[in-house]
Ligand binder design. Structure first.
Ligand SMILES: *[C@@H]1O[C@H](CO)[C@@H](O)[C@H](O)[C@H]1NC(C)=O
Ligand SMILES: *[C@@H]1O[C@H](CO)[C@@H](O)[C@H](O)[C@H]1NC(C)=O
Ligand SMILES: *[C@@H]1O[C@H](CO)[C@@H](O)[C@H](O)[C@H]1NC(C)=O
Length: 461
């Protein structure tokens, strides 16, 4: 199915190093002097698990594509050669090691500006004026950053040879279609009215491949492609809905600029509406993927997700999903949101914080996730996932139960089904740990699950 796009893979990979280096120009190069000490923070649990079922080939492709792009977190992490950086990330050179390091940028934070704050109680959260203000603020900030030329020049000089290389390649008149040209061609094709559904689907598939590159996803936005994708979501054909949601989710993943654009274009409400109405499971899976990508590290979107009844919609989905595929994804998404917020508050213990931390804390404090979880019945829903026969699903459930313990403890204590499950699961996994040990495996997967159960039982006591 992916063979058609594999021909472009080689070309686009060879461009990725170039793209990464060029990206550095756009990124905010922060001072190398203000070294942040290694803090005791742990990295948020990976999200790969959400895609871990062998059933879903397409989303396995997501993982593969993701490996070229770094997922910045709160902490500085070292960049490996060839890794791409989401625009808006902070990139710096570490003089001690000579390596480049990246961490989460501020674009998503800036979106929730002072102007938003005053109005958000009285106005519709997505009013165009408000959005314009926020955008203007972002642009101003970008402009003021670009005046900061000294640092940029010194970095630019390092990469000039690549610019020259590029020019030389152009002079050689190599007829290689650049990513921008490919994107333009695909979007023009998608925009013509005389296509068959099959043709549209194959274009969307190619686009999905392209937008894993951070700059391609931004090109998609700047060329007006986001509207085309949203129209595809709005289509009455389930296959088009599914593929459009897939493109959107991939474009949004770790891409703050696209997240902001998507919210401006009403993507959040469209996605929520789709989840609430009744398209087939495969459409819902992709829509959920897009929602998760949209909310990640974007407290503004999270807050509006909650105020637009997002958790209510998810709880209905959870109840309706017997198979457990959606349940696991939903629980993982909730866990990620709790962990993200938790990580921010833990960061408060770190004495070397930059100025944006306070703003970050303020924005996350508006995301009233915990209270909502209690109110919408999640304390009794998540335990149901333990009834699954999949180890992976149970593990996800246990992690979420632990994360939710601060608000759910009373309910856990009176939930006899949960208490019973924990006892029998512990026996079951303890036995499996024994067999793991006989095979010479220590600290295996099942031991990890036993630890989770123990931790939960300690809290409940
Ligand atoms: C669709 O329309 C464009 C012009 O808008 C034309 O160039 C193209 O050949 C048409 N394709 C088909 C399959 O009719
Ligand atoms: C699609 O076509 C319309 C006119 O037919 C044009 O206004 C719009 O800009 C096009 N969009 C894209 C993304 O090419
Ligand atoms: C989706 O469809 C509705 C009704 O058909 C329409 O009002 C809305 O503008 C459409 N949205 C997009 C993004 O095409």
């Amino acid at each position: 199915m992916r063979l058609t796009s594999s021909s472009v893979r080689g070309a686009s990979l060879s461009c990725s190093t170039l793209a990464f280096l060029l990206l550095l120009h756009c990124c905010h190069i922060t001072s190398i002097l203000g070294q942040k000490s290694d803090s005791a923070l742990s990295v948020v649990e990976n999200t790969e698990g959400a895609e871990r079922e062998g059933v879903d080939e397409e989303e396995a492709m997501v993982d593969e594509g993701d490996s070229e792009v770094v997922h910045p977190t709160e902490e500085w992490q070292t960049l490996k050669p060839g890794q791409a950086v989401p625009a808006g990330s902070h990139v710096r050179l570490n003089l001690q090691t000579g390596q480049r390091e990246v961490r989460l940028g501020e674009e998503q934070l800036k979106y929730w500006t002072q102007e938003h704050r005053g109005k958000e109680e009285t106005q519709s959260p997505f009013s165009p004026d408000e959005l314009k203000q926020a955008l203007k603020k972002i642009k101003e900030d970008l402009n003021s950053e670009s005046k900061d030329t000294d640092q940029q020049d010194s970095v630019a000089s390092k990469f000039r040879p690549l610019e020259e290389l590029k020019r030389d390649m152009a002079q050689l008149d190599l007829l290689v279609e650049t990513d921008v040209q490919i994107m333009r061609r695909l979007l023009e094709q998608l925009n013509s009215s005389n296509l068959t559904t099959e043709q549209r689907l194959s274009i969307l598939l190619e686009l999905e491949y392209m937008v894993h590159q951070v700059d391609n996803a931004q090109t998609l936005c700047s060329m007006g492609g986001l509207q085309l994708i949203l129209q595809g979501l709005n289509s009455s054909d389930f296959r088009l809905q599914e593929s459009s949601a897939f493109v959107l989710g991939s474009a949004l993943a770790s891409n703050p600029a696209v997240q902001v654009k998507a919210v401006e274009n009403g993507a959040l409400q469209m996605l929520l509406t789709m989840l609430a109405t009744t398209p087939p499971l495969r459409v819902k899976k992709k829509v959920l993927f897009a929602v998760a990508s949209l909310l990640r590290h974007f407290p503004y979107a999270q807050s509006h997700f909650l105020s637009h009844g997002g958790l209510q919609v998810l709880s209905e989905l959870f109840r309706a999903d017997g198979g457990g595929v959606l349940r696991t994804r939903i629980v993982t998404m909730l866990y990620d949101m709790i962990a993200e917020k938790e990580l921010i508050s833990q960061a408060g213990l770190d004495p070397m914080l930059d100025g944006s931390h306070e703003e970050r804390v303020r924005q996350y404090s508006k995301v009233s996730l915990q209270g909502e979880l209690l109110e919408k019945g999640w304390c009794s829903l998540v335990p149901q996932l333990l009834e699954s026969t999949e180890h992976d699903y149970r593990e996800k459930a246990l992690r979420a139960l632990l994360a939710m313990a601060p608000v759910c403890l009373e309910q856990y204590r009176s939930d006899s089904a949960l208490l019973g499950s924990l006892l029998s699961l512990r026996d079951q996994y303890q036995e499996m740990v024994q067999s793991e040990m006989i095979l010479g495996e220590e600290n295996g997967y099942f031991a990890e699950i036993v630890e989770l159960i123990d931790a939960l039982q300690v809290k409940i006591k």
